[in-house]
Ligand binder design. Structure first.
Ligand SMILES: [Zn+2]
Length: 222
């Protein structure tokens, strides 16, 4: 058993540093208590490779844009490397989220879609295709995510269908209602998105009703 001289606690296993204060532990270690994360170690090489590529692209972009002065045809004043940087940072953030433990797949998918839509909007604003984005691209992306969430909810075997269904319903209803009140009209694609989410939610309750009810009872201690 090792001991932290500062926290005055005994630490089982083969840890070298105190889990509370990160100081070096004293005493002899024992058999490891926790399993090693082999999967994470294997991933780390790919992770480093993509990180190196992303950094390389970022530096090349900044160099071409600011140092060489290379601009996109038709957009002489647009610092395109800033948009490139935004997409690369968003991509990195998405990868980090995928490896982060403790977040369900539904939460990861939803977060990734919302971030992608936000970055798409910024890009559309600077390149001037905002109208088609709001009327078509965003509702199409949301509808695709809702369908993906529905399929994941049907495939789920762990009793975690609620998070898929609720995030699907949330993505279908909240943005289209906001859109309706802000613009006081409902473009066709938004109406389809809203209907898809409500239909799939109802369908999931019909097909997986027992699992959904059991999960409700489990989560809310009914
Ligand atoms: Zn300590």
């Amino acid at each position: 058993m090792r001991r932290c001289p500062y926290c005055k606690v005994d630490v089982a296993g083969d840890l070298v540093k105190c889990p509370l204060c990160q100081s070096k532990l004293t005493g002899a270690g024992e058999e490891p208590c926790y399993p090693k994360f082999e999967a994470q170690k294997k991933r780390s090489l790919y992770y480093k490779m993509q990180l190196a590529i992303v950094w390389g692209l970022l530096i090349i972009g900044v160099g071409l844009d600011f140092l060489v002065g290379l601009r996109l045809p038709g957009f002489p004043d647009l610092h395109w490397c800033l948009l490139l940087a935004m997409w690369l940072i968003g991509f990195e953030f998405g990868i980090m989220r995928q490896f982060k433990p403790g977040t369900g797949s539904a939460g990861k998918v939803t977060m990734l879609v919302l971030i992608t839509i936000a970055m798409w909007c910024v890009t559309a604003y600077f390149f001037g295709f905002m109208d088609i984005t709001i009327d078509l691209v965003i509702p199409a992306a949301l509808a695709a995510t809702i369908i993906a969430n529905f399929v994941l909810a049907l495939l789920d075997k762990n009793g975690n269908t609620m998070s898929y269904l609720l995030s699907g319903l949330f993505m279908g209803v909240v943005p289209s209602v906001i859109c309706f009140f802000v613009r006081s009209k409902m473009p066709l694609a938004w109406a389809i998105c809203l209907m898809v989410s409500v239909i799939l939610f109802a369908g999931a309750v019909i097909f997986r009703g027992r699992a959904v009810a059991a999960e409700l009872q489990r989560r809310f201690h009914l």
